[in-house]
Design a protein around this ligand. Structure first.
Ligand code: WTA
Length: 657
């Protein structure tokens, strides 16, 4: 397998991996197809239910599907209590590594204790079942503790990525009517302490309703910033001390009760509140962790994503903890203090399974082999990727230099909305083809279709659709059933029908399929840019830029980028009397920073007197993308101002020289 890597197009899973894999019999595909939807009992069986469910799927009112109807369970119980009760209380649940090198290990017993105490503290703050609690925290253990405490008392959490701005926090708290916030004083990035509470406070100032209570974790200790907590703000440690030793009975939740909300970018400027439920989501996260990530309780498993995104929810917290394994959490960046930091962690904790994003792999490639080579990575058994397409060269590099040619790789396609993995090879069964995610998982019915909904031939590009519901799917957009239908279903469904066969989920990705049924994802077909695996809406960025004083109009597109996959390119028309100089440039970057966060910062800002528009006044983004990518310009004949494209192009070339 190690020979002629360059021209190899397919890889088989190694025999010793297959021999120990959780799923290794390829009959599972037929079995699930023949026994659908009852096949999903396999997923539900991974959990402990307080009350058995009656029906696996209720599809009487599509696309408002219900899974495991009348079933009752608690996610915190499934992630903690049952492992403590089953004799695994001394197994490490979380191994945390801070950026400065400090470490903390929580056994299942430790985590159980702290989650109980924090559940009691939340109740004492007035949090009741179904209240949405916003968690605005970086990668510190208190984040999963707070998530599980919310789940324990049946209060859905809404985690806001710590890198998002104050304004983004306020928008999300407003949208969810959330009256409770858990945050922290700060955290470390590349050795410096960052002031997080300042940002949180600014966000709180933008909340349009009363906020009952804010809990603040003291992350920085002596490095903390000098300031007093506000009246409704409480110190995490004080609250835990007040509730020392308290136990809180896990609340029985209906399978269809909300477990959490997660905001994600879409086509409009308003982020969408994706609603996930307790029974379906947790079963699906656990099942895919078992079948795809091959997690066993004895493993040390590490997903290097941030819990602020769905990947961290499903595959740092809920899936791995439901299976009772050890999950590693790292606070910092991969290149601090050196570019071998991640490999140092793999070595130190003897990590068995490692799950990361292609953007990280491209950065590792750039830094060079010497970093992984300086560490012992022989504990690794399985590798995974998620978030964006992985190019075959990066796949092979990962396979060879991290996996030593011996670990299967799962390239997992899924979304915030799908709750868990949908398209990927099964590591103990399938041939791997670098660049192609693989076939849909057993029980998942996906197709590649043309604009009319007909299946395209093998090799042709089309649109990815999912034709049957699955347990981990979103149930709706928070308080917005209409937008749920228009965003995900309208395109390919007969929305007047109540026959579930007439309803087709549209993830808004382009894709192609080969003769073996392997799907290659080509990327988003809506106005979403995928920067380093993070979804950003062009409209959100445009509205941030238009909010900067002196900007008349802006258009934002994604252009390809060596490391980030895609980067943000902004084209800006200034108002009369404003000069497109470096100072203005800086103000635009700052404007995006303040409205969304550093991840959305434009790679390039190009000032232009006009934007390319059709005669009806629509901005031709496709042409701006051609410019950003340095591609030959597409057809400009439908423009009312064709000359502007070349003008913009020559400006871009001048800027990048
Ligand atoms: C993209 C992240 C190619 C895709 C879990 C999707 C991928 C969006 C892959 C969802 C993959 C995710 N190959 N593209 N393996 N995984 N994507 O909601 O465009 O942050 O629609 O969820 O990421 O991003 P989200």
């Amino acid at each position: 397998m190690e020979t002629r890597l360059e021209d190899e197009v397919a890889f088989e899973p190694p025999e010793d991996f297959v021999a120990q894999a959780n799923v290794s019999d390829s009959s599972i595909y037929d079995e699930f197809a023949a026994n659908w939807p009852e096949c999903w009992e396999r997923a539900a069986d991974l959990l402990d239910w307080d009350d058995e469910y009656e029906q696996v799927l209720d599809d009487s009112n599509p696309p408002f599907y219900k899974w495991f109807t009348e079933g009752k369970l608690n996610a915190s119980y499934n992630c903690l209590d049952r492992h403590v009760e089953n004799g695994d209380k001394n197994r490490a649940a979380i191994k945390w590594e801070g950026e400065l090198g400090e470490t903390r290990t929580y056994t299942y017993q430790d985590l159980y204790r702290e989650v109980n105490e924090f559940s009691a503290a939340l109740r004492a703050q007035g949090v009741e079942e179904d209240d949405v609690v916003t968690l605005y925290m970086p990668m510190i253990p208190e984040l999963p503790i707070a998530m599980l405490a919310c789940a324990r008392i049946g209060a859905p959490h809404s985690v806001v990525f710590a890198g998002f701005s104050a304004e983004a926090l306020a928008t999300r708290m407003n949208s969810a009517d959330s009256e409770y916030l858990v945050t922290c004083d700060g955290y470390y990035r590349r050795g410096d302490s960052l002031d997080h509470l300042d940002k949180a406070n600014e966000g709180l100032d933008g909340v349009d309703h009363d906020v009952e209570s804010v809990v603040v974790v003291d992350r920085l200790g002596g490095d903390g910033f000098d300031r007093d907590l506000r009246d409704n703000q409480h110190d995490w440690d004080d609250l835990l001390a007040e509730h020392d030793g308290h136990r809180v009975e896990p609340v029985e939740r209906d399978a269809e009760d909300m477990i959490f909300l997660m905001y994600t970018s879409g086509t409009t400027g308003q982020p969408k509140g994706v609603k996930h439920t307790t029974g379906g989501y947790l079963s699906y996260a656990a099942w895919t962790s078992h079948a795809v990530l091959d997690i066993e309780p004895e493993d040390t498993y590490w997903c290097s994503a941030d819990i602020g995104w769905i990947t961290g929810h499903s595959y740092i917290v809920y899936g791995p903890l439901a299976l009772g394994t050890t999950t590693v959490m790292y606070e910092g960046t991969p290149d601090y203090p050196e570019c071998d930091r991640l490999w140092e962690i793999v070595e130190k904790y003897s990590v068995d399974i490692f799950y990361t994003a292609p953007t990280a792999i491209r950065a590792f490639m750039k830094w060079g082999e010497k970093f992984p080579e300086s560490r012992d990575l022989s504990s690794l058994r399985l590798l995974g990727t998620v978030g964006e397409p992985i190019n075959p060269r990066a796949w092979k590099w990962y396979h060879e230099h991290i996996g030593n040619g011996e670990c299967p790789i799962v390239d997992t396609w899924w979304q915030t909305e799908t709750g868990g993995m949908m398209i990927t090879t099964l590591p103990g069964i399938s041939t791997m083809k670098p660049g192609a995610a693989g076939p849909p998982l057993p029980g998942i019915d996906a197709q590649i279709v043309d604009t009319t909904g007909d299946e395209v031939e093998a090799g042709r590009a089309g649109y990815l659709t999912v034709n049957k519901p699955w347990p981990g799917m979103l149930r709706t957009l928070y308080n917005n059933d209409e937008r749920y239908i228009s965003e995900y279903w309208e395109e390919y469904s007969d929305t007047d029908s109540d026959d579930p066969d007439d309803w087709v989920y549209f993830p808004e990705d382009g894709a192609k399929i080969d003769a073996d049924g392997y799907i290659t994802i080509l990327g988003r077909v809506d106005d979403v840019i995928n920067v380093s695996g993070h979804r950003l809406g062009t409209m959100e960025i445009e509205s941030a830029i238009v909010g900067v004083e002196g900007v008349a109009e802006a258009a934002v597109v994604g252009g390809t980028h060596d490391i980030k996959g895609e980067a943000v390119y902004a084209y800006v028309i200034t108002e009369d009397g404003y000069e497109g100089d470096s100072d203005f440039h800086e103000r635009i970057i700052e404007g995006v920073n303040d409205a969304i966060g550093p991840i959305a910062r434009p790679e390039e800002v190009v000032f232009t007197p006009e934007l390319p528009k059709t005669r009806s006044g629509k901005i031709m983004r496709r042409l701006l993308e051609d410019v950003a990518n340095g591609d030959e310009l597409g057809n400009t004949s439908t423009l009312r101002n064709p000359e502007i494209v070349e003008e913009i192009e020559s400006k871009v070339n001048a800027q990048s020289d």
